[in-house]
Design a protein around this ligand. Structure first.
Ligand code: TRP
Length: 440
């Protein structure tokens, strides 16, 4: 069976950008940036994306295309026996992330419904907080939406690389940008919006601390979907004639721009109505509905806002599922259909305790954390940095000639490529080990 391929370069770029642009860029970035030095955070985030982020993304795509295989197979083929478990860890992490990502994805579907019915259109933050907590701690409702979200993701991945993932991305990514622009214009034209804009963008370099750097790096790698085999898998579907440098620059530019736009979308509106921008994760599900409640035409904008979150989450979850499905298909010689159903069933089951740990199973904790927080903690703080260091070492030290051949055919070694090698060999391992030590 020959390996699937993207139908066009644009399709590949939008699918990879779809993976990158997700809850990280739209949900997390605005409040993390706002509370961590505003413009200074944005600047450092951009710097990380354009150096180490670019190097790792190029490395992953080159690995996948050179080996023409999934995340596990690529490491085995290029690195020999000692390495496939690095790919395996990546696949496992995608599976784990997907299980709680799908729970949150389900919340966005539920909130589209709550916006349509108007039940969350109140400016009473207390009521909204109770609604949100009541919903996520409910033993049944979130599970239904989790199943719905996982089912949507499954339907796309069942469609395959071109007909499923690529077509979805070509349709939804432009839609995502249109939705964002509509919401930004609405937010910026509110009286008092300028204060929010200034709060978001004014750089405060006094807030550049170790913790802030660790946050910026963690968010950069998470929001670019790096280190876990996504770009290896997507790279393995890329044809030889597609330039990888230009493509990954596009993916990074789109992601960074989305982070910036997400801040523009959320913070001016939050300021205009006098809410607290450091509300953290609750900003999306508690503060934003209150903002919409006070806005002319707010119900429409609320529906659009949660549709946007759903779109962003869906194109990302598709990539998480595809990494696992692609590995299971190759390694166990299963057809796509069977692999996708099997993995989805597993993810659905693991999402159940994750969701319940926010409510009726709150008492069951390990190291003081419920299943949901534990999954988040283990993946984001331990396994992801570990996978990224190993990827950087693998690309920079173990198989650099192969990667170089993919990125600059014909034995050329331009300056940018030498810079990338330096980032993979030295900068990335040092920085990411710094994250790991900090987290431990
Ligand atoms: N990048 C996505 C986001 O920002 C999440 C994501 C998708 C991801 N695939 C990934 C994160 C692989 C890490 C690894 O929401």
């Amino acid at each position: 069976m020959s390996r699937s391929q993207w139908g066009s370069r644009l399709g590949f770029i939008l699918a990879a950008a779809g993976s990158a642009i997700g809850l990280g860029a739209i949900w997390k970035f605005p409040y993390v940036a706002a509370t961590n030095g505003g413009g200074a955070f944005l600047f450092i985030y951009l710097l990380i994306c354009m150096t180490v982020g670019l190097a790792l993304m190029l490395g992953e795509m080159a690995l996948g295309r050179a080996a023409n295989s999934n995340a596990v197979g690529s490491f085995r083929q290029l690195g020999g026996r000692a390495w496939p478990w690095v790919g395996f860890t990546g696949v496992l992490v995608c599976f784990l992330i997907y299980s709680f990502y799908s729970v949150v994805g389900g919340w966005t579907i539920a909130y589209i419904g709550k916006s349509l019915s108007g039940s969350i259109l109140t400016s009473d933050a207390k009521v909204l907080g109770d609604t949100f907590n009541g919903f996520i701690t409910d033993p049944v409702q979130p599970l239904i939406y989790h199943g719905l979200f996982a089912g949507l993701t499954l339907a796309v991945v069942l469609g395959g690389v071109q007909k499923g993932i690529e077509n979805l991305s070509k349709f939804l990514m432009p839609a995502l940008f249109v939705l964002m622009l509509v919401l930004i214009v609405r937010g910026l034209t509110l009286p008092g919006a300028m204060d929010g804009l200034l709060y978001f963008l004014t750089p405060d370099f006094g807030k550049v601390t170790g913790t802030m750097l660790v946050d910026a790096m963690g968010l950069a790698f998470f929001s670019l979907s790096l280190g876990m085999g996504v770009m290896i898998t997507y790279g393995s579907y890329v044809g030889r004639d597609t330039p990888l440098l230009g493509s990954s620059l596009w993916v990074i530019a789109l992601t960074v721009m989305t982070c910036f736009l997400a801040g523009l979308m959320v913070l001016p509106a939050v300021f205009a109505f006098g809410f607290d921008p450091s509300a953290g994760p609750g900003l999306t599900f508690i503060t934003m509905p209150a903002v919409f409640a006070q806005m002319a035409g707010g119900q429409l904008f609320a529906v659009l806002f949660f549709c946007l979150l759903l779109v962003a989450a869906l194109t990302s979850s598709v990539s998480l599922l595809e990494v696992v499905v692609s590995a299971v298909m190759d390694e166990f010689k299963l057809p796509r259909r069977r692999a996708a159903l099997l993995v989805s069933a597993g993810v659905f089951l693991l999402g159940i305790p994750a969701s319940l740990s926010l409510g009726i199973w709150r008492e069951y904790t390990v190291f003081g954390k419920g299943v949901f927080d534990l999954l988040d903690y283990i993946t984001s703080n331990l396994l992801m940095p570990l996978g990224e260091v190993l990827l950087a070492v693998f690309v920079g030290w173990r198989v650099w000639p192969v990667v170089q051949g993919e990125l600059a055919p014909g034995g050329r070694n331009p300056l940018w490529l030498r810079a990338m090698r330096g980032f993979c060999r030295y900068l990335a391992p040092v920085l990411i080990l710094g994250i790991l030590v900090h987290n431990l």
